[in-house]
Design a protein around this ligand. Structure first.
Ligand code: C2E
Ligand code: CA
Ligand code: CA
Length: 576
């Protein structure tokens, strides 16, 4: 039994006799549907339990369709149990949240879109993805076997070191043994390599490794993480204690001059140090030591212990949160504008207003560093009002000078639950006479679902005022599609994480295509953000996406630069 579908002009064939399909749903809607169009079904279950999980892991099925509207948890469990483990098992979700795509679902389909053609395309895609993924996993496994042992120094390579480290850390946690990770990096190794030759560079690496092996304490674990990066996991009281100065002693020893071909060579090193906390994993400890190493390199100090940096960062955050209300009052905030462009005629139709903080001491700060602080310290209302006022004022000014641009403002989840918010919006519109339909409020999926009823009421009020609503970072949250349909939303913005790698990652293209299909069926217009090059632009154009935003056209820029950009628009040259 075979079926075929045409996609991108190519005929695809799928052999149904090889399909071992499991359907998971409370009723029998999907089952009936599959039977009606002659898709063979191997298993049909109404609940997910251990015996099904066992069958799945035993390879009884090679494709799963699950009703995502039934129960988020079931979907999550299934995806967690199949995602990332070879052989790749495609999971098609009906009516579930798009966030499941992130968790490894191969496709999300609205129940109302469930046609024979749609399902067959999904099965083809699943089949293709399955082959693709299984091939890459095999490649990855081969690759990791290859890099297990570094042939030059005979030390474990990165992945092997990480594996050993993970095991050791588990034991250290269980036995309450202190542990710390030291990462050493040879400064200017690339220059050394270029000036003295690769053989010389290799010789240095070998010697460094040898010294490391000689002086590492018995129960420690060592490895070579990258070109000139070595790691040592110290696992006993004395060496793991940073105050004891083991890392400095190690550094001194490795730094002693090397005698190669009768010639003395000095090298300099940077060291990052992380100490194992109760909640640390191998990866978080690696992260700490690497972060410390980068600070050491940046500050040109030889050893940096992660916790110091961390404390420093935390203290700085507290101070920033305290400074914020004053900064808002004294107009230390400013807006940057990023153009939003209609794809089919390359027209600039709007801007997104993105806030910055010109801090008297720390310079220009980006929103990711202070919006969370504003939310946590109660300044977010004042901040939002400032941004709204400034954005609407600017929009009115453009309009007066003949540019009809929509202005998008980001609204934090907390604000969306404040019943006074619609009044604030109305007030700002009244002040300037800016048309409501040119103001767009960008809200995230999670903002809506964190308190559905309250948010719903406020969203409807905003809709009544006439402002447009846009769902930001679409595809990353867990809103069910059926629910989105019930809200007066005008537009979705596909999260940039899907768009950024579209030209290189086939899965991302499939996701963007799916998101576009869904949006179209919901009657929403679509903005793709994170468009960084002409190739991505062209792919989006071919997929029929309406609107684009991204560094390819322009980064967010200040008012004057934006006005200049608007008249010149040299970005178009690359397309023509
Ligand atoms: P967002 O709403 O997702 O805004 C888009 C962010 O993506 C901006 O970062 C922008 O610089 C960046 N971006 C745009 N095009 C590209 C691209 O092609 N490639 C890449 N790699 N990045 C691109 P920014 O300005 O740092 O803003 C970060 C986040 O801060 C925003 O994410 C938004 O959630 C929040 N934010 C900004 N302004 C406000 C505000 O006034 N109020 C609130 N509540 N949040 C804000
Ligand atoms: Ca946004
Ligand atoms: Ca976004």
């Amino acid at each position: 039994m075979t079926a075929s579908a045409v996609q991108d002009g190519r005929v695809l064939r799928l052999n149904y006799s090889k399909l071992r399909l499991l359907i998971l749903e409370e009723g029998s809607h999907i089952l009936d549907f599959c039977r009606a169009i002659n898709i063979p079904v191997t298993g049909h279950e109404t609940t997910y339990d251990e015996s099904i999980a066992k069958d799945i892991s035993a390879g009884v099925y090679n494709c799963i369709i699950v009703d995502g509207a039934d129960d988020n948890d079931i979907c999550m469990n299934i995806l967690a149990s199949v995602a990332g483990k070879p052989p790749f098992l495609p999971v098609i979700v009906i009516d579930g949240s798009l966030g499941f795509l992130r968790r490894g679902a191969s496709e999300c389909i609205l129940r109302s879109d469930l046609t024979a053609e749609r399902l067959e395309t999904a099965l083809f895609n699943a089949d293709r993805l399955c082959k693709l993924n299984n091939r890459t996993t095999i490649l990855e496994m081969e690759l990791s076997a290859f890099i297990e042992e570094d042939p030059l120094t005979a030390l474990p390579g990165r992945s092997k070191f990480r594996m050993r480290m993970a095991k050791a850390i588990e034991k250290a946690h269980a036995a309450k043994i202190p542990a710390s990770l030291i990462i050493l990096d040879i400064n200017s190794f690339r220059e050394l390599n270029e000036i003295r030759g690769h053989e010389f560079g290799d010789e240095i690496l070998k010697r460094v490794a040898k010294r490391l092996i000689n002086i590492a304490p018995d129960n420690s674990i060592i490895g070579r993480l990258g070109d000139d990066e070595f790691a040592l996991l110290a696992l006993d009281q004395e060496t793991a204690d940073p105050v004891g100065g083991y890392a400095s002693r190690l550094l001194l020893e490795i730094r002693r001059p090397y005698l190669i071909d009768g010639q003395k060579t000095d090298i300099s090193l940077s060291v990052g140090l992380g100490i194992l906390d109760d909640h640390d994993t191998a990866d978080s400890l690696l992260y700490k030591a690497l972060a410390a190493l980068y600070s050491a390199k940046r500050d040109k100090t030889s050893i940096v212990l992660y916790t110091h940096e961390d404390d420093h960062a935390r203290r700085r955050q507290l101070r920033l949160a305290q400074d914020l209300p004053e900064a808002i009052k004294h107009n230390q905030l400013l807006l940057n504008y990023q153009p939003i462009v209609r794809i089919h005629d390359q027209q600039v139709i709007g801007v997104e207003a993105l806030v910055r903080w010109q801090h008297t001491k720390h310079g220009l700060l980006f929103p990711d560093t202070f919006i969370p602080l504003a939310e946590g310290s109660g300044s977010i209302e004042a901040l939002t009002e400032w941004v709204l006022a400034a954005a609407v004022r600017q929009g009115a000014d453009w309009l007066e000078h003949g540019s009809r641009l929509s202005v998008s403002v980001n609204i934090s989840a907390l604000i969306l639950h404040n019943p006074a918010f619609p009044d604030m919006v109305e007030r700002q519109l009244d002040k300037t006479g800016f048309p409501a339909e040119l103001l767009k409020l960008e809200i995230t999926e999670s903002a809506i679902i964190s308190d559905v009823n309250r948010a719903r009421e406020i969203v409807f009020k905003l809709h009544d005022i006439g402002v447009r609503l846009s769902i930001d970072d679409f595809g990353t949250g867990y809103t069910s599609l059926a629910y989105l349909r019930k809200l007066p939303v005008d537009e979705i913005k596909i999260d940039k994480s899907f768009v950024l790698n579209m030209p290189r990652v086939a899965d991302d293209e499939v996701i963007v295509r799916t998101l576009l299909d869904l949006a179209r069926n919901l009657g929403l217009s679509v903005v793709a953000e994170g468009v960084e090059d002409a190739q991505t632009w062209r792919m989006l154009e071919a997929l029929g996406c309406d609107v684009a935003q991204g560094y390819f056209m322009s980064r967010p820029i200040d008012l004057k630069t934006f006005n200049d950009w608007l008249t010149v628009q040299s970005w178009k040259q690359e397309l023509n």
